[in-house]
Design a protein. Structure first.
Length: 246
């Protein structure tokens, strides 16, 4: 009975690529297959895996045990399918500063395909997970905000939607709209349920109209507030035009 001989050169330092291959495949394929990919001995692979805190390799390989091979395109007979290279795609879990800046700048503005073009080495699933860990949320206007936005477009008002997000903050407060030409003017669309003290709910002070206005004024900003009942009424265009005499 002949056994396959794998040449293992003498090396000490592990390369980043080798570590990534080990993280992706250790515990999912036979150690001998990892040996073929990175040309390390079995003891070296197991020692490095323990140092990295990786799970133990698949146990057994007894008769009849057929572990699922995670290397894309790899066949059980030692060959690869046509069109595949013998090296698996190495996933890099670490995002560079440039990638994080791009995500913070364009998250919620670009479609999934556009985001993957901006980050060519990332999948949409990976980008979504990273965005969640960064606390990024897609900015989607509410129905009253959509209505106000359409009125602004009709009246050609220089206001842009910032979506109550971390992209624009004044004294820890996040307006819904700001002036697009540099004036210190902000607009909030107040929902009666969330901001009115008439409801028997615990409403923080910064949600009250006068308190919020005073905070903005203290930092040199003018805040104009519309209630959702006003924006959704039949006289919404007249109300907005009268209150926003820009």
């Amino acid at each position: 009975m002949s056994s396959e001989c794998i040449y293992i050169p003498q090396r000490d330092e592990w390369q980043d690529r080798e570590v990534q291959v080990l993280k992706v495949n250790y515990g999912r394929v036979k150690v001998v297959e990892i040996m073929k990919l990175i040309h390390r001995s079995e003891s070296s692979i197991n020692t490095k895996a323990r140092a990295l805190g990786l799970k133990s390799p698949l146990k057994g390989f007894q008769k009849g045990h057929k572990p699922k091979n995670s290397i894309k395109g790899y066949k059980n007979n030692g060959s690869f399918k046509k069109g595949h290279t013998p090296l698996p795609r190495v996933h890099n879990p670490y995002y560079s500063k440039e990638e994080i800046v791009l995500m913070k700048q364009f998250w919620g503005k670009l479609s999934p395909s556009e985001m993957m073009k901006a980050l060519p080495n990332r999948t949409w699933k990976g980008i979504s997970i990273k965005a969640s860990r960064l606390g990024l949320k897609a900015i989607k206007p509410t129905t009253p905000e959509k209505r106000f936005l359409s009125i602004c477009q009709t009246l050609k008002l220089p206001l842009k939607y910032v979506g109550n997000s971390n992209k624009f903050i004044v004294a820890r407060l996040k307006p819904d709209f700001i002036h697009s030409e540099g004036r210190k003017l902000a607009v909030d669309i107040f929902g009666v349920y969330w901001h009115s003290p008439l409801y028997a709910r615990k409403v923080t002070a910064c949600r009250f109209l006068e308190t919020r206005k005073s905070i903005f004024e203290k930092h040199g900003w003018k805040l104009i507030v519309f209630w959702d009942t006003e924006v959704m009424s039949s006289k919404a265009v007249e109300i907005v035009k009268e209150r926003l005499s820009l």
